[in-house]
Design a protein around this ligand. Structure first.
Ligand code: ZN
Length: 87
């Protein structure tokens, strides 16, 4: 059994984020520590990657969707060292 299937079974056979059974199981790593965080479906794995693993951006995305597009100005993030994704 390959590593991803083994890990998927250990977390109940479903994506660790959305809880759906993944068609394609992706091993999600922390890109800083290289540690495996879990097995995700392709959608959730791509969503984290597309958000550049930026917690502030992910948080803004939640607020954005909840508030139907209303957000605090993006300038609030520019003094952060992790705001490289803005450029
Ligand atoms: Zn998922």
């Amino acid at each position: 059994m390959d590593e991803s299937k083994d890990l998927l079974l250990q977390q109940g056979g479903v994506c660790k984020l959305c809880g759906e059974m993944p068609k394609k199981a992706c091993i999600d790593h922390c890109h800083t520590t290289k540690k495996i965080r879990g097995i995700l479906c392709n959608h959730c794995n791509l969503a984290i990657g597309h958000a550049r693993e930026n917690i502030k951006l992910l948080s803004r995305m939640i607020t954005y969707v909840q508030n139907n597009g209303d957000l605090y100005p993006v300038d609030c993030l520019t003094d952060e060292s992790d705001a490289g994704w803005l450029h």
